[in-house]
Design a protein. Structure first.
Length: 339
């Protein structure tokens, strides 16, 4: 069996991808600091997949720790999820985001090179596009991030591409995904943000279970049909499957960097998500209308044509399924993994 090292594998998207990898027959090793995640996610992954991934608790910025894990695991490839991901937090602390996200990736790539591991799938983001000129957004669209979080993702993309250009033994996939939501349909793993959620759906779910009084609805005067921001919401299991096919494509991609949008190609407004979540949970989900949030753009959704044509991948799960599966997780774990 091929072995994959998954950085940030105890986190939201990483844990769901670990399930997909294990079910596809891969050996999986997870490197995670657990700063914004929980080892309980790995227990749940093992329960779902019937096999337990190895877990090493360390920060990707710790070069000695990364070297030790890489030498022991001897992976065939790396899936790199580890990093900070809050847009408002990045606006408040841009330097911290550069030091953490860009610094950790530089360490990881250096250790990969020294250990002869030269295949990487990088968890990027549609935030690299910023305010788009056209919709839906293709991979060829200009990249001009509207916030430091997106800027760190773009710098890392450029770093990875430069490494591949310098040494054709490398291959890489840069996956720009839009708004991951939902949970594994078992309800055993899901999104469990530390502190106050920075994203819409986990905040709504915490309102539904009584952890929050109401949702802050940032911006109701956008130039959109109902005045709220439009986003491309993608089920986390569709996203996990996208990582699997991107990884497998690297086996025949020496010297190449592939960039793919992973999205549905459809947009939903904040008000539409609230309505869908009300239907899934049976709760009223009150909200408070507030001013726009710094760093947000009015509309953003994917053109996923390239991933469909080159990888044979497309998102299939609906917004109703996203809400249903997310509620299965949150209702069973009102306090997240601490429940």
């Amino acid at each position: 069996m091929a072995t994959v090292l998954v950085t940030g594998g105890a986190g939201y998207i990483g844990s769901h991808t670990c399930v997909t990898l294990l079910e596809a027959g891969y050996e999986v090793a997870v490197l995670d600091s657990l700063a914004n995640s929980s080892a309980a996610a790995i227990d749940a992954v093992a329960e779902i997949a019937g096999r337990r991934p190895r877990l090493d608790v360390a920060d990707c910025r710790d070069e000695a720790a990364v070297e030790k894990v890489m030498a022991e695991v001897r992976p065939d490839a790396v899936l790199h999820f580890a990093g900070l991901k809050s847009v408002p937090e990045s606006v408040a602390d841009p330097l911290g985001y550069y030091r953490h996200n860009v610094g950790s990736t530089a360490v990881l790539l250096a250790v990969m090179e020294s250990c002869g591991v030269r295949r990487i799938v990088f968890s990027s983001s549609a935030t690299v596009y910023g305010l788009p000129d056209t919709l839906p957004v293709p991979e060829t669209a200009p990249t001009r991030p509207a916030n430091p979080y997106g800027s760190t993702k773009l710098v890392i993309e450029q770093m990875v591409a430069d490494v591949v250009r310098a040494d054709p033994r490398w291959s890489a996939a840069l996956l720009r995904y839009f708004n991951p939501v939902g949970a594994h349909p078992s309800g055993l793993i899901g999104e469990d943000p530390e502190g106050v959620p920075g994203n819409l759906m986990p905040y709504l779910l915490q309102v539904a279970v009584g952890r929050r009084a109401n949702l802050p609805l940032y911006g109701t005067d956008y130039p959109t049909p109902d005045g709220t921001a439009l986003r491309d919401y993608i089920h986390v299991m569709d996203l996990a499957e996208g990582h699997l096919v991107a990884l497998e494509n690297l086996e025949s991609s020496a010297g190449q960097v592939h960039t793919y949008n992973l999205g549905t190609g459809r947009a939903a407004s904040v008000r539409e998500v609230i309505a869908a979540m009300r239907e899934a949970t049976g709760h009223s989900l009150p909200y408070e209308e507030l001013e726009r949030r710094a760093g947000d753009v009015p509309e953003l959704w994917a053109d996923p044509t390239k991933a469909r044509s080159e990888l044979g991948w497309s998102a299939s799960r609906t917004l109703a399924e996203m809400c249903r599966d997310a509620w299965a997780w949150q209702s069973a774990h009102p306090q997240g993994y601490r429940s």
